[in-house]
Design a protein around this ligand. Structure first.
Ligand SMILES: [Zn+2]
Length: 206
């Protein structure tokens, strides 16, 4: 019985100044790094996902055409593989990350469970190999990739917790609805202890 942490899409394009900036993204990167410093050794496996799109096609309709993005199903060009926008945010300390997962290569993947390692191993297989039964999820964006990852984790039979103070969303109402949906699916929505013992907690709030 192993316990994993999944850090979803803490990438430059999803933080302030990026192509698809989520408010609070940069502060969240810092806060997740602080969380890793405090709790990293409690996890058997730490996985981080990245949106990793093709730059020469619309990734299955994921990138908006001439009509512009609707910010629900179609998006501005973002996280093109190998570009600075697809890099982890510099405030995210990647030293403790055991497994990097890439998703969205030509497809509109939201869930990290659709992703694969660089060697091509699907995330569900990686988790099964490590006998992961419990997964905590943090990252960006609450209403999209965190939501989809948490629901897929539940569908895979894992015990799932999302830390509501360690996620950031595109839209407040949709983010609240996403956390409700995760609860209905049997996931836990918890608050981390990162506000305890910090003079200026900061971070992203829904
Ligand atoms: Zn994407």
């Amino acid at each position: 019985m192993a316990r994993a942490l999944l850090v979803v899409d803490v990438q430059n394009d999803f933080t302030e100044g990026g192509a698809l900036a989520v408010t609070g993204g940069a502060a969240l990167a810092e806060r997740i790094t602080a969380f890793l410093g405090r709790h990293g050794d409690e996890y058997d496996l730490i996985v981080a996902s990245r949106d990793w799109h093709h730059g020469d096609d619309d990734n299955g309709g994921h990138f908006a055409g001439a009509e512009g993005p609707d910010f629900i199903d179609t998006w501005p060009v973002h996280c093109v593989a190998g570009t600075p926008g697809a890099d982890y945010h510099p405030e995210l300390d990647t030293a403790l990350i055991d497994i990097d997962v890439f998703k969205g290569q030509g497809t509109p993947d939201y869930s990290a469970f659709q992703g694969r390692t660089e060697a091509g191993v699907p995330l569900p297989e990686v988790l099964a190999e490590h006998r992961v039964h419990t997964i905590d999820i943090v990252g960006i964006a609450t209403d999209h990739c965190v939501r989809a990852s948490a629901l897929d984790a539940r569908a895979a039979g894992l015990d799932v917790a999302v830390y509501e103070d360690l996620v950031a969303g595109v839209d407040d109402d949709r983010s609240t609805a996403a956390l409700d949906e995760i609860r209905v699916a049997g996931g836990h929505v918890d608050h981390s202890d990162m506000d305890e013992g910090l003079a200026n907690p900061g971070g992203a709030r829904l």
